[in-house]
Design a protein around this ligand. Structure first.
Ligand code: ADE
Length: 235
């Protein structure tokens, strides 16, 4: 069964452009995922299609109004069990563990909804009514939730079995279980020599056990140096 991914945004073209490209696009064409992009402006309640307004109490910046946001989510949602994510720097920080948890929940429901905030924020009553899972992609502030939503969709879709060409590659990537949370080793391809730099000799040896041992050592050394926080105490 194909997973239904619904992205609610004020900038649908920005989302569509990415979702139809490369591996995300191929996953949809192969029927592994199905994208719906909803323009929140279609749920505005006045003839000017207003979706934002000044904050009560004053202050700089505009606030997304509750009615279009709530009604867009209600119209898009087919399963009450489906996770609804609100992209916001105030949310829980995305990591591979959260990606897998969300994929599990989304797969169970057949659906996931991603709500992209914009301007200064969303009327708190929309958040209370929808009770979304608030997700941040890191401690920095972007101009809107579109790029964060695309980050989440990319991270989710590449973990759907069969989406990546080689079923091993997702497992072996940095931060995933097969490497026990270690970073990737260096990789090389042709030519064997470039500007006087040769590739490590072991890679030409044809000795698979030695190559594996070398890659494991490189991966550990890199993790120790760059991300000591990922190392177990016994490594
Ligand atoms: N919207 C703006 N900045 C964001 C971030 N870092 N994560 C998620 N949504 C955001």
């Amino acid at each position: 069964m194909s997973l239904s991914v619904k992205v609610l945004t004020l900038f649908p073209d920005m989302i569509r452009a990415v979702l139809e490209t490369s591996i995300l696009g191929r996953a949809a064409r192969q029927g592994q995922v199905d994208y719906t992009v909803v323009d929140i402006r279609d749920f505005a309640v006045d003839k000017h299609r207003t979706v934002d307004d000044y904050p009560y109490g004053g202050g700089a910046g505009m606030i997304m109004m509750a009615p279009p946001v709530v009604e867009a989510v209600e119209a898009a949602r087919e399963n009450d069990e489906a996770p609804v994510l609100l992209m916001t720097p105030q949310g829980e920080r995305l990591d591979e563990e959260l990606v897998l948890e969300l994929l599990d929940q989304a797969s169970g429901a057949g659906e996931i909804i991603l709500l992209c905030g914009h301007y200064k924020g969303i009327d708190e009553r929309a958040i209370e009514l929808l009770n979304p899972r608030e997700v941040s992609i890191g401690d920095y502030v972007l101009t809107g939730g579109e790029l964060p939503a695309l980050v989440v969709v990319d991270a989710l879709v590449r973990r759907i079995p069969g989406v990546l060409g080689n079923s091993d590659s997702a497992e072996q990537d940095s931060f995933t279980a097969a490497l026990d949370g270690r970073l990737e080793c260096p990789w090389y391809t042709r030519p064997p020599e470039y500007r006087g730099r040769e590739i490590p000799e072991v890679l030409l040896s044809g000795h698979h056990a030695n190559i594996e041992a070398w890659r494991r050592e490189q991966s550990l050394a890199r993790t120790r140096q760059r991300r000591p926080d990922l190392m177990d105490d016994d490594q």
